[in-house]
Ligand binder design. Structure first.
Ligand SMILES: Cc1cc2nc3c(=O)[nH]c(=O)nc-3n(C[C@H](O)[C@H](O)[C@H](O)COP(=O)(O)OP(=O)(O)OC[C@H]3O[C@@H](n4cnc5c(N)ncnc54)[C@H](O)[C@@H]3O)c2cc1C
Length: 415
């Protein structure tokens, strides 16, 4: 066996395509615990409420490439590095020449939910559970979503349907606390409330009531909320338990270099599972990063000259069923904020700058210029933060930044 990849999520799939493209003589075997692979995890909320057809959910179909083998429904239990083999839960051993680890994350299920052995509580994580939720919802239309981060907010936005009653519960005092400032998050909250979603911040689910083996209600603060469905979106952690005896973890984290190499020269890693070590640790946790890293891991795994990742941002764009949002990076302590806010129009555009350079920001309601700002952030372009036009949509200042970002490329062309 040449290259074995553990995890056929987006990072693992991209690594497989990239390895086949760069090293066509090598075979690639993808192993995944899920029965179905090659789907957009990001579209599960729409799929659960049947606004997305199953045919649109998959980005990969079994292809006629005899050198790419996908083995689904199989979980890797551990590694035997000295013999270059992966050991599956069913006892099978598979040899590798190169190994790419892309096991992603697993959902955090708070103790109160994990202890309640009843029907009606589902972590939002994979297609198998989304299929169960899809069938469950028509008879259990009172829904509580636990967690107001990216997954919870997206799910709530897409569940805003007349036949469903949705309450979103977030323990911090605002939605999207790890991505947005309170000002920008207030617009997301207002958008969801306009869609009749009830939002409770500053509390968590404190008790769960069960009747006849089914969820009946949850207690949030002083309120009892009748519900038959509890969707858990309380965050994820890297799914790296199977590596605990591999000596690849550093303080429990799957540490890689910027070229995505682990401490073993035969083993690379990509996606939500990794921590990239580079002037401090970088953990990506976004779909675009998982794609970029997967491609790079596939390219690098046999390369004599491994290339380093050049995009260390967590930029993320999404449409919350009518509200566009681009997150360039979370609010940064000690950074200066530049803000263009039109709350009445549902617009908030803000940047966080350190030493005149963008270190984070978000565009809510009007995402024009997001590409330019992202490029400026990656290129470390210095901004004039006194320029009032800086964040006005389609402004002269934005056009000038765009020109400055594209300059190096032009020079390179004429070399
Ligand atoms: C509902 C939802 C909505 C999201 N929306 C967005 C969004 O709008 N924008 C965004 O940027 N990100 C979003 N994300 C996050 C995004 O999906 C992840 O960042 C991305 O999927 C990470 O890709 P990955 O390949 O690293 O991991 P995963 O997609 O988690 O894939 C890992 C795979 O590895 C398999 N695996 C794990 N351990 C083993 C093992 N031991 N043996 C075999 N197989 C194993 C798993 O079964 C899984 O299929 C969302 C996530 C969810 C759940």
């Amino acid at each position: 066996m040449d290259c074995v990849i553990i995890g056929a999520g987006v990072a693992g799939m991209q690594a497989a395509f990239s390895c086949r493209q760069h090293w066509p003589q090598k075979t690639v075997t993808l192993i995944d615990a899920e029965a179905e692979v090659g789907y957009f995890r990001t579209l599960l909320p729409q799929f659960m409420v049947r606004t997305l057809a199953q045919s649109k959910l998959f980005f990969w179909k079994p292809e006629n490439d005899p050198k790419l083998v996908v083995r689904s429904g199989l979980r890797v239990a551990s590694l035997d590095r000295s013999n270059q083999r992966v050991i599956l839960e069913n006892g099978e051993k598979t040899a590798y020449e190169r190994l790419i680890l892309a096991p992603g994350g697993r959902p955090i299920v708070p103790g109160i939910c994990a202890r309640s052995s009843c029907d009606g509580i589902f972590p939002i994580r994979n297609l198998a559970s989304a299929r169960v939720v899809q069938k469950w919802l028509p008879d259990h239309s009172h829904i509580v979503i636990l967690g107001g981060g990216l997954v919870g907010v997206k799910t709530a936005a897409h569940m805003a349907r007349p036949e469903l009653s949705v309450t979103l519960v977030e323990k911090e005092d605002q939605l999207l606390p790890q991505a947005l400032s309170p000002r920008a998050a207030a617009l997301v909250k207002a958008h969801l409330e306009r869609k009749n979603i009830r939002i409770i911040t500053g509390h968590s689910v404190e008790d769960i009531q069960v009747q006849g083996g089914e969820l009946k209600a949850v207690q949030v603060g002083a309120k009892g909320i009748p519900c038959g469905t509890l969707l858990v979106a309380a965050g994820s952690v890297p799914d790296v338990q199977f590596l605990k005896d591999s000596d690849l973890l550093v303080k429990g984290e799957l540490a890689v270099t910027p070229a995505l190499q682990t401490s073993d020269p035969h083993i690379f890693a990509a996606g939500d599972a990794v921590t990239i070590q580079r002037d401090g640790n970088f953990t990506p946790w976004t779909w675009p990063q998982a794609i970029t890293q997967g491609k790079l891991a596939g390219r690098n795994c046999y390369a004599k000259d491994p290339v380093q990742l050049n995009a260390f941002s967590r930029v993320n764009s999404m449409n919350l069923d009518g509200l566009s949002l681009v997150v360039l990076g979370a609010p940064v302590m000690g950074a200066e904020a530049v803000v263009y806010s039109r709350p009445g129009e549902g617009i908030c555009r803000e940047l966080f700058l350190k030493n005149g350079r963008i270190v984070g920001g978000a565009l809510v309601g009007d995402i024009s210029g997001a590409g330019v700002l992202h490029a400026a952030m990656n290129a470390g372009v210095e901004m004039d933060i006194t320029d009032e036009d800086l964040l006005k949509p389609m402004s002269r200042a934005l056009r000038q930044i765009s020109i400055r970002c594209s300059r190096p490329k032009r020079r390179a062309l004429f070399k």
